[in-house]
Design a binder for this molecule. Structure first.
Ligand SMILES: Nc1ncnc2c1ncn2[C@@H]1O[C@H](COP(=O)(O)OP(=O)(O)OP(=O)(O)O)[C@@H](O)[C@H]1O
Length: 272
């Protein structure tokens, strides 16, 4: 099974992604690395089928998803879980958050929350939710209110929630930014365990060390262009492109004006 962006381009006021082609297979971890504001989140959103690219498409196991009917695309989309940079948990127990899945992913309001809470009621932990919570080491917190968790624990719950729906693919946007080393290690271990179970995982990160630890393949993206792809050892130790080398050397953590000699210290932030 493969999930692939094929020649995708996206523009808002200016070009955000330019003719990018990259994909992931089941049981593989692909990491998209690059400085802030360079198009990583946008690429994940395309792979999640939240947005249609201006040109190009997303291919699911040979099918052009934007050539399918909406119902067919929705069916496929349900097999892909995305975890956003900021976990949005609702005011209920950890187990309810995990069982709630990603049925209503983005735009839920108080009424929907209440309905979900009523619906879940007294249900005990489902098998997949149990496995997911175990994977992130939070079984002992299943009855705790999710809003009382630490930032790291909340990220782990968001990951468990995405895993509990038994997705074919998981798309993770900066899954451990701002997390301490222990929580980061738990998330990375959970990613590798999901991969071992056959899930294809795409991780967007600006952390090269993380990419090196977890990736089968790395794609370096800069100013909307996919500059280089390959196994991490090759991309990080023996890059082909001057821009990759500068990123590896720590010179491109921020968007750089090519005319400037030093980086502009004005990182752009994700719109998530
Ligand atoms: N809906 C939108 N409307 C206008 N501009 C957008 C929109 N979404 C993204 N952009 C712009 O596209 C560019 C790339 O954003 P994106 O979030 O994909 O980058 P990123 O690499 O994920 O950054 P970060 O690492 O900071 O999250 C940014 O300049 C951003 O402002």
């Amino acid at each position: 099974m493969t999930l692939t962006a094929k020649n995708v381009s996206v523009s808002y006021d200016e070009s955000v992604l330019d003719d990018v082609s990259i994909g992931v297979e089941s049981g593989q971890v692909l990491t998209i690395v690059g400085p802030s504001g360079t198009g990583k989140t946008t690429l994940l959103r395309l792979l999640a089928m939240f947005r249609r690219p201006d040109s190009g498409t997303v291919v699911w196991d040979g099918d052009d998803v934007w050539g399918l009917s909406e119902a067919e695309r929705l069916t496929i989309r349900r097999r892909v879980s995305m975890v956003f940079q900021e976990p949005s948990l609702f005011n209920a127990s950890v187990s309810q958050n995990v069982m709630y899945g990603n049925r209503v992913r983005q735009s839920w309001n108080e009424r929907i929350r209440r309905r979900v809470r009523d619906f879940l009621g007294d249900q005990s932990l489902s098998e997949s939710a149990h496995t997911a919570l175990e994977t992130v080491g939070l079984l002992d917190k299943q009855d705790q209110n999710a809003l009382s968790l630490s930032g790291g624990e909340a990220q782990r719950v968001a990951f468990a929630r995405a895993l509990a729906v038994n997705p074919e693919f998981m798309l993770l946007d900066e899954p451990s930014s701002n997390l301490d080393p222990r929580n980061t290690a738990v998330i990375e271990d959970a990613i590798l365990r999901a991969k071992d179970r056959g899930v294809g995982v795409v991780v967007a990160t600006h952390d090269m060390n993380q990419a090196e630890r977890i990736s089968d393949q790395v794609g370096f993206i800069y100013e909307g262009e996919l500059v280089e792809t390959g196994p991490p050892a090759q991309v990080f130790s023996n890059p082909n492109d001057r821009r990759t080398k500068r990123f590896v050397d720590g010179e491109l953590m921020y968007e750089v004006d090519e005319e400037e000699t030093s980086p502009q210290m004005t990182p752009t932030s994700s719109l998530e």
